[in-house]
Ligand binder design. Sequence first.
Ligand code: TNX
Length: 532
Amino acid sequence: MLLPLIASAVALQPLASSFNLVPYPASVSPRSESFELNANTVIVTSRDSLKVGQWLQHDLGGSTGYTLPLVVRAGSNRIEFVIDKRLTRLGSEGYTLSTGANGVEIRATQAAGLFYGAQTLKQLLPAAAYRLAPSRPSTRWVVPGVQIEDVPRFGWRGAMLDPCRHFIPKESVLRFIDALAMHKMNRLHFHLSDDQGWRIEIKAYPKLTTVGAWRTETVVGHNSGKYDGVPHGGYYTQDDIREIVAYAQSRFITVVPEIDMPGHMVAAITSYPELGDGKEHMVMREWGVSHSVLNLSDATLNFTKTVLDEICSLFPSEIIHIGGDECPRDQWNADQVEQARMKSRGVNEVSAYQSWFTAEMGKHLASKGRRLIGWDEILEGGDLPANAAVMSWRGTSGGIHGAKLGHDIVMAPTSHCYLDFYQVDPKTHKEPDAIGGLTPLDKVYGFEPVPAELSADEAKHILGTQGNLWSEYILNYKHVEYMAFPRLCALSEVAWSPKSVRDWNGFSRRLPTNLDRLTAMNVNFRPLDPAP
Ligand code: TNX
């Protein structure tokens, strides 16, 4: 009679021991020895792992109320970070984590892997570890016995914020970075300019923020023709940007800035009318695609290059986003001066003119050791510099086409990655107004970034994926969180976990605990609907 009981206990193991980790690691095996984290625990670091140790010390300091000392050696009761260059199978971001009675050991070839190991360690603790202030003094937490080996599937695991349509204060951007870091995401795509507002201080062009960062009011709803009468604006100073970049960097997140050109430039053209058709404009109060775009005079090219110079000086990211989406060509068609200029540059058709411009920006960025990325429109008209990367948003076809041409690709199709779309049907649920569409959690979870159309070699060009939080209808940061989570929890698993461990049912079982973590962090996620 004993045997069936044991058998059923063993069968239950995988369920009970998933530890509710999100994103789920490549391999997790329970071990018998657990470990107690308490006020006497120390963090063992070396020179290479000091920064990660300091991060953990600071982070747990908030939730435990005590400061775990950083030491170079300890026998027991320790969290030990070890850089181990021999573990090449872990790549640059993978890690191993093992719990024993004496403590937890995290190994990786580089600090980034140690950081992801530390994130997993935090998820092994109770959700209270995510609180910003201690729930009670002298916390003692059990770290369950486990052996984990984990390597991310993709190197680009991102999310895009759009502070242009509705401004997001710096402090909120920092909170968002923490929420990304806990999901082992490593790219924050920061959309910093658009028709409705310019959001970054550029020293060479002060009017971009004295004029371009402000609109008089905003249209109500979906371009209803009614306006709210409330001025809206804001921008990040260069000091703010440096703070955001450093905060992200210490969490192994690269901030990828986007200056959207040559379309979506009305805020800049309002500030400096000579960049456009020469007429007076207003920072846009409505949503949609404007037909007012940059002219491509030498002076305008000097403007875009100078802006990119300042961008490069602030953002260490190798990849710089120059937008390139939704640029109508009628202004270039109608202007005789532009036509003559275009022909003098050896371009015969306006359909190839944006591509010429993109190549110019590509050369400029290359001269500074950077690479450009743009929305999939930059593939139109040929001429795209070979090392340019492409963000596929109008489905995956741009990404497939680009990968076949040898370009690196980030997959962010509207169908699965547009987190400004509804997450449930607004006809059956009371939801805040959204742009439209329907991208439920299970659909995001089911996204496969590598299209079947690609050969194994072509598939190597798929860098990864990201969720886009366009903010026409996302009015403030709490609303950003509502749209982002839990869908970014799902996307983090798409981006991180090996395809073989991805499992919707397993994710659904683990997710409530992950949402407890977000609750502890005060993140305003959309609650799950009760099971039918
Ligand atoms: C299209 S995605 C845009 C954005 C909008 C978004 C709304 C892309 C490259 N351009 O300007 O905000 O749709 O979903």
